[in-house]
Design a protein around this ligand. Structure first.
Ligand SMILES: Cc1cc2nc3c(=O)[nH]c(=O)nc-3n(C[C@H](O)[C@H](O)[C@H](O)COP(=O)(O)OP(=O)(O)OC[C@H]3O[C@@H](n4cnc5c(N)ncnc54)[C@H](O)[C@@H]3O)c2cc1C
Ligand code: FES
Length: 280
């Protein structure tokens, strides 16, 4: 970026296609109109986010679920209010704008030689998808890779093609569960933490990093399970969501105590989250 470039100026992108994930959640596949913007943006890290501008509606932060090892760019967005609903109304060929990538992201390269355990609930899989795909693209760098994912019902399991591929992939362990079986579901039933107690499941504690993302109630129970298993608080990673405006550490909207979630986060260890006094 040149010193005269406006840091708030988003780059125009075009929507390629829309994929229905679960109720009110869709994946929006897009590309930058200028290939130079694409090349600059592709240096993002798993766990970073971007600011998405919908013309005439506003701007909102969104995680980057693709891995930098993949070619397509996309967001996966739940419609909750004005901006996200405006994105959901766009059609392939329509334009919107993106600035970023922002935030610290997960230090995946520092985890080389470690076991990785991913624990996600519901749309908590959105920020973790990038790390999982990145880790699998660099499989030789890591020891065991375990994925535990839960949703309320089978219809609320996200990224189904990825889940099916991870379940069948050699060299990783992937288990899914739902709170309530329906639609002919014959798999595990129970909260995501119940997977740790299933026969044959062993989560190593030594030399392991745990990634936990999901709704607050799931987060609290999974953290308790991991601590009971012997995990230290600094072995557990998660991402925080905060109201954001600038995304670049200027406006103060995202502050929790001394931390700016947009630049110091959104990735934090559980130890840091506790010190910040964040009540998840
Ligand atoms: C770093 C980061 C990454 C995110 N990644 C994703 C993602 O990948 N997919 C996705 O669907 N959403 C994501 N979000 C949440 C998303 O930014 C909000 O849903 C969005 O800003 C809502 O905008 P809106 O104009 O549609 O709704 P608004 O009209 O602004 O709000 C609608 C409702 O949502 C609540 N709300 C809005 N923003 C937040 C927030 N940040 N935290 C808690 N409640 C909020 C409001 O209180 C209100 O009740 C992320 C947020 C952050 C901070
Ligand atoms: S969003 Fe402006 S300081 Fe973080």
């Amino acid at each position: 970026m040149s010193s005269t470039e406006n840091i708030y100026l988003p780059k125009v992108v075009q929507l390629d296609r829309v994929v229905d994930e679960i109720h009110e959640v869709r994946t929006f596949v897009w590309h930058f109109e200028d290939p130079a913007d694409q090349a600059a943006f592709k240096k993002f890290r798993p766990g970073q986010f971007a600011q998405v501008s919908i013309f005439g509606a506003g701007e909102f932060p969104a995680s980057l679920p693709p891995s930098p090892t993949e070619n397509e760019m996309f967001f996966t967005i739940r419609t909750v209010g004005g901006c996200t609903a405006a994105l959901h109304r766009l059609q392939p060929g329509d334009r919107f704008a993106v600035r970023g990538p922002y935030g610290n992201g997960f230090p995946m390269d520092d985890y080389a030689g470690k076991n990785l355990v991913f624990v996600a609930g519901g749309i908590g899989l959105i920020p973790l998808r990038s790390c999982i795909v990145y880790a699998l693209a660099h499989r030789e760098r890591y020891e065991r890779i375990q994925i535990y994912y839960g949703a309320k019902t089978p219809r609320e399991l996200m990224y189904l093609p990825n889940l099916r591929a991870w379940e069948q992939a050699a060299g990783i362990e992937c288990q899914l569960t739902v709170d309530r079986a329906s639609d002919g579901w014959t798999g595990n039933v129970g909260v995501v933490g119940s997977l740790f107690k299933r026969p044959g499941v062993h989560v190593p504690v030594e030399n392991t990093v745990a990634f936990v993302c999901g709704p607050p109630v799931m987060f609290r129970f999974v953290i308790r399970d991991l601590l009971d298993m012997g995990f230290r608080e600094d072995q557990i990673m998660s991402t925080l969501e905060r109201y954001m405006k600038c995304g670049v550490g200027k406006c103060g909207h995202c502050c929790i105590g001394v931390a700016y979630v947009c630049v110091d986060g959104p990735v934090f260890t559980y130890e840091q989250i506790k010190k910040l006094g964040e009540d998840i």
